[in-house]
Design a binder for this molecule. Structure first.
Ligand code: F6P
Length: 359
């Protein structure tokens, strides 16, 4: 392989630039030519690519976001096209492959989450040599113990909890912190543990409001007149469903999560009589500079992805297991999820120290 390309797909995560830098430097070091595909898979269809040099990746290690850009609506197999002010979907994968061929690109590195992995797997089965790097602040990609970006998001949420702690204590309030995590509660679980939360509510465990109320009252009875509750945005009450709203994004209507924390705070206030406030962290968790851990992990992933290409080990995702970087076939993981389970060691540790999980 003499020429490769790298792209970043889906939502951004701190560490993306560190991966790009590592892929580019490792590949250039072996005499390869490297293209950067702009704006995710959309850039493959639209032929938006730039040649990457040492100077394109200089100084980007600590920078959040992605220098290549990314988009969430960029599936070449189901690609949106405007036709008479209406959106129609077309399979543009052949066009995308043709754009790669025109530049003699023989293999690509896809840095992405579950959606990007599915697309990467489809391209792989069309004969495109692909290597993937697991990205998401949610840490919900199977086959790896860590996705990059997760550590940074947990750090931001933990810092928020530390700050909420002192104001909650001063005002004798219940502070609800809503963190990201549609289907997986890893951020809530880890940040809740690190930030000393009293209740942690996860999408994997529908919660009973009575348990949350009982925990707050039990603390009150011990003279602890404030409480901290962490709720993942995708958590919902027993017998209920996820809190979703419809928003319009450009010409698309999209279902969005939202409001789980605020709803919970109102309910807690009503049932306990304790003044309650909700903070929604949102995209603050995704922006900004990656932690040292994420910079190191991203660099290891980027180097390992480039090495997969040198070895011809295509169709793999690089992954972290027992602190070793390994290769996992994309087909084993595409379309699957990695969720918090009842026997999770950290969840059990939380139970052992009296954290309420709402069940
Ligand atoms: O998957 C990462 C994530 O940050 C989720 O935790 C969150 O629900 C979603 O992306 C938000 O997506 P968007 O950036 O499209 O609002």
């Amino acid at each position: 392989v003499k020429t490769i390309a790298v792209l970043t797909g889906g939502g951004d995560a701190p560490g993306l630039n560190a991966v790009i830098r590592a892929v580019v430097r490792t590949a250039l070091g072996q005499g390869l030519k490297v293209w950067g595909i702009k704006n995710g898979f959309g850039g493959m269809v639209e032929n938006q690519m730039i040649e990457m040099t040492d100077s394109s990746v200089a100084g980007i290690l600590p920078r959040g976001g992605t220098i290549l850009g990314t988009t969430n609506r960029d599936n070449p197999f189901h690609y949106p096209k405007k036709q008479d002010s209406q959106i129609v979907y077309e399979n543009m994968s052949a066009q995308a492959l043709c754009n790669l061929r025109e530049r003699d690109i023989e293999a690509i590195v896809v840095i992405g989450g579950d959606g990007s992995l599915k697309i990467a797997s489809e391209f792989y089965h069309l004969g495109l040599p692909v290597v993937a790097v697991p990205k998401t602040i949610d840490n919900d990609i199977p086959g790896t113990e860590r996705t990059f970006g997760f550590d940074t998001a947990v750090g931001v949420a933990t810092d928020a909890l530390d700050r909420l702690h002192t104001t909650a204590e001063s005002h004798h309030r219940v502070m609800v912190l809503e963190v990201m995590g549609r289907y997986a509660g890893w951020i809530a679980l880890h940040a809740g543990m690190a930030g000393g939360a009293d209740c942690i509510l996860l999408p994997e465990i529908p919660f009973a409001i009575d348990s949350v109320v009982a925990k707050i009252k039990e603390r009150e009875a011990r003279g602890r007149l404030f409480s901290l509750v962490v709720i993942a945005e995708g958590a919902y009450p027993q017998g209920g469903e996820q809190s979703v709203s419809l928003i319009v994004e450009g010409s698309h209507e999209k279902v969005r999560l939202g409001g789980a924390g605020e709803k919970l705070a109102r309910e807690i206030e009503k049932l306990t009589g304790v003044e309650s406030r909700c903070t929604v962290l949102g995209h603050v968790q995704r922006g900004g500079t990656p932690t040292a851990f994420d910079r190191v992990l991203s660099t290891r992933y980027g180097v390992a992805a480039a090495k997969c290409i040198f070895d011809g080990a295509f169709g793999n995702m690089v992954a972290l297991r027992k602190n070793q970087i390994i290769r996992v076939p994309i087909d084993e993981i595409a379309g699957k999820a990695h969720n918090v389970t009842a026997d999770d060691e950290l969840l059990q540790a939380g139970r052992a120290i009296g954290i309420c999980f709402g069940d």
